[in-house]
Write a protein that binds this ligand. Structure first.
Ligand SMILES: CC(C)(COP(=O)(O)OP(=O)(O)OC[C@H]1O[C@@H](n2cnc3c(N)ncnc32)[C@H](O)[C@@H]1OP(=O)(O)O)[C@@H](O)C(=O)NCCC(=O)NCCS
Length: 226
């Protein structure tokens, strides 16, 4: 069970390795880790654009991302939340950089050694996708309308389109997971974020959480439950 009461702005990012169940089941399993929340009572639905929602629990923001044998589920208390994960592998990402990055972001990317560029590009991409999922629009919105600082910069976007309100209302941070680049975004000023491993019901690869950089930015490795 979770070791502390949830408060507004808390975000838990559950990491499920080698999932054998559908994402809805994994979301419900993560929810059942909270005191007083039963998995059976929470049916995962979708809003008109595909964002997962729990009917009757509008206080909970839910986001899901799948990648290469991993599922991340972010649960935000009284906030909109988005999560995204990508494996770090060089797989012809040239088109992605022009599809996803603004001119300033491209220039920053090119300052990095070639060997680091895939990770840096995926850092921009996952932070943008996490934000677009938190908004609930997904890729219906052009990611180049969002401008982000470098990964070690401010957690707030530099610019967002009008549909997203003010940049300063959004918070985005990259997560460090072995072999993956991931990010979480929310409409909270300074969230308390934890990374938690969701075990049981999966064949369970060894824990892959290495909150190295994330820790420095206020993301904490949480308790590992059951
Ligand atoms: C959401 C989206 C960014 C998914 O990205 P992806 O990298 O392919 O896949 P991920 O595994 O990271 O995310 C998939 C999850 O996103 C979630 N999702 C789907 N649409 C979403 C939306 N509009 N807002 C927030 N989350 C959404 C779902 O939970 C889905 O997982 P599930 O089906 O198991 O529940 C993309 O599918 C999208 O933009 N969809 C909606 C907008 C659209 O239809 N655009 C036209 C295409 S350009």
């Amino acid at each position: 069970m979770i070791d502390r009461p949830a408060r507004a702005g808390d975000i838990d990012v559950w990491v499920c390795a080698e999932p054998t169940e559908a994402s809805d089941t994994i979301v419900r399993r993560a929810l059942s880790r909270y005191p007083g929340v039963s998995a059976a009572a929470n049916r995962v639905d979708r809003d008109a654009r595909g964002r997962p929602v729990i009917r009757g629990r509008e206080d909970l923001g839910i986001s899901v991302s799948h990648s290469n044998g991993l599922i991340l589920v972010a649960i935000g208390q009284h906030c909109r939340v988005g999560v995204d994960i990508e494996p770090v592998m060089d797989r012809g990402l040239t088109r992605l950089r022009y599809h996803a990055l603004t001119d300033a972001e491209l220039a920053e990317l090119e300052l990095h050694d070639r060997s680091r560029q895939t990770e840096v590009l995926l850092g921009y991409w996952t932070r943008k996708e996490a934000l677009l999922k938190a908004v609930g629009l997904g890729l219906a919105l052009d990611p180049r309308l969002i401008e982000l600082p470098p990964a070690n910069g401010s957690p707030h976007p530099l610019a967002v389109p009008d549909a997203l309100g003010r940049s300063s209302d959004w918070w985005i941070v990259g997560l460090v997971l072995q072999g993956y680049v991931a990010a979480v975004a929310a409409d909270v000023k300074a969230p308390r974020v934890r990374l938690l491993q969701l075990t049981g019901g999966s064949t369970g690869r060894a824990a892959l959480l290495s909150a190295r950089d994330a820790h420095a930015r206020g993301v904490h490795r949480g308790v590992s439950t059951r």
